[in-house]
Write a protein that binds this ligand. Structure first.
Ligand code: UD1
Length: 420
């Protein structure tokens, strides 16, 4: 296993190119299953979860390769099984369920287990697909779905605006017979990106980005060439890296239109964020950083995927701030590690009170999940002394070339092999 060694305290300065979005690329690559000819994707990030998705596409009979940010997916005879060995490493594998049911009328997908940030069930994906005519049995840890007479359009409402559920059902609805009306949909920018891709493939979709999406089913979808949107969470993480090191970064291809809530909170916390023709320039304003409150919500609210990183900013700010986590249970696993670095954070249920103004000091710490790992890297960059972040395979799932990108703007960071 690898670790990152970070010597903190260097202000970051320079230009960062934002990578393609992981959370957009995963469903959009999976949507190739619903398409019956060659698809070309560009701006695809080189990440572990993307490699897992490519393996899954290959196993399912859609030969796919990633080279220099481009993924080519060829046509082929579709299989139906997403095996445990792949699904256990990436929950998003469950996104093949909707397109497989739509194309093959059958799918055998390993049930994703719990994960570090909570139980994360898929009950809403299944009940929505049932309304469209699918039937499910649970067999040997696998969801076996079938719909012998094909999927039919339906009017349905999600109990909660689930991101993956909206994506799975949207892909299925494109090839279902007749009209589907999906209510209380998630409104995340990655869903809009998926819908835009499907429309380019010939799907008839209206309302993406709002809570009601209408889909007129079509007989088939054809391939296209599609550029994946830039990663708003990676961009937000770099903005915080500039803040906590007292640096100045220019982010190229920063998806500002998808980042209102995060940019608003960063400005409230005292950052200067300037939208320029050549990118977004971020630096800490003259009065330094101030504590602010955040409360995670479905989009357009503050994203849960930025909660842990923002907490590091609050540790470095003057004053206190309250963090309320509303999306996932158990998403404060970074807190005890930050406390070991000198942070003053108290958890009470789903909220955490952060008292800022402390000097963080380097320590050996362990990443427990992707965004918790990102927070520990940020804390290491801000801290005095040396931080060793262990289990960085979590971070590798979601940040493309993080060490190289940070080092290029002045961070003292290196990847090392652990010796056990
Ligand atoms: C996606 C993102 C993830 C982000 C999350 C919330 C991807 C690959 N992942 O995850 O980075 O943190 O959105 O913005 O895009 N739930 C149920 N039943 C369901 C589905 C969800 O109870 O059938 C619950 C989950 O346990 C969780 C909440 O709803 O508490 C949000 O889940 P959801 O929006 O589905 O997130 P994901 O799609 O898994």
């Amino acid at each position: 296993m690898d670790s990152f060694i970070i010597e903190g305290g260097t202000p970051l300065k320079g230009i960062v190119q934002v990578s393609g979005s992981k959370n957009a690329a995963l469903p959009i690559l999976m949507a190739a299953i619903a398409v019956d000819s060659r698809v070309t994707y560009t701006n695809v990030p080189d990440l572990r979860d993307i490699h897992t998705t490519i393996k899954l596409l290959n196993l399912l009979g859609r030969p796919a390769v990633l080279k220099d940010g481009t993924v080519e997916v060829e046509n082929g005879e579709l299989g139906i099984e997403a095996p445990y060995d792949l699904v256990k490493t990436m929950r998003a594998s469950v996104l093949c369920l909707g397109p497989l049911l739509a194309r093959k009328g059958e799918a055998l997908v390993s049930l994703p287990g719990g994960c570090a940030i909570g139980a994360r069930p898929v009950d809403q994906h299944l009940s929505a697909l049932e309304k469209m005519g699918a039937q499910f049995d649970l067999k040997n840890g696998y969801i076996h779905g079938h719909c012998p007479t094909g999927l039919k359009g339906a009017k349905l409402q999600f109990d909660f605006p689930t991101v993956g559920g909206t994506e799975n059902v949207l892909m299925a609805a494109c090839l279902a017979r007749g009209e589907s009306v999906l209510e209380n949909c998630a409104r995340e920018p990655e869903i809009v990106d998926l819908a835009d891709f499907l429309v380019q493939c010939g799907a008839q979709i209206e309302g993406q980005g709002s809570s009601v999406i209408r889909v007129q089913g079509v007989d088939s979808l054809h391939g296209c060439r599609y550029r994946i949107m830039p990663d708003r969470i990676e961009a937000g993480t770099f903005l915080i890296a500039a803040a906590v090191t007292g640096g100045e970064l220019l982010l190229r291809d920063c998806p500002v239109n998808a980042m209102d809530a995060v940019l608003g909170k960063l400005r409230e916390a005292g950052m200067s964020i300037e939208e320029r023709a050549d990118g977004v320039l971020a630096r800490t304003g003259g009065d330094g950083l101030l504590g602010v409150d955040i409360s995670t919500q479905p989009h357009p609210g503050f994203p849960t995927d930025m909660q842990s990183q923002f907490m590091v900013l609050m540790c470095c700010a003057q004053g206190s701030g309250l963090v309320q986590e509303n999306i996932f249970e158990n998403r404060f696993m970074h807190v005890q590690e930050l406390v070991r670095m000198g942070a003053d954070i108290r958890i009470s249920g789903s909220s955490a009170m952060v008292r800022g103004g402390r000097t963080l000091t380097g320590a050996p710490v362990m990443a427990s999940d992707l965004r918790a790992g990102a927070a520990l890297v940020l804390a290491g960059l801000a801290a005095q002394g040396t931080t060793r972040v262990q289990r960085v395979y979590h971070v590798d799932r979601g940040y493309e070339h993080l060490v190289e990108k940070l080092a290029a703007v002045g961070a003292q960071i290196a990847r090392v092999k652990d010796v056990d």
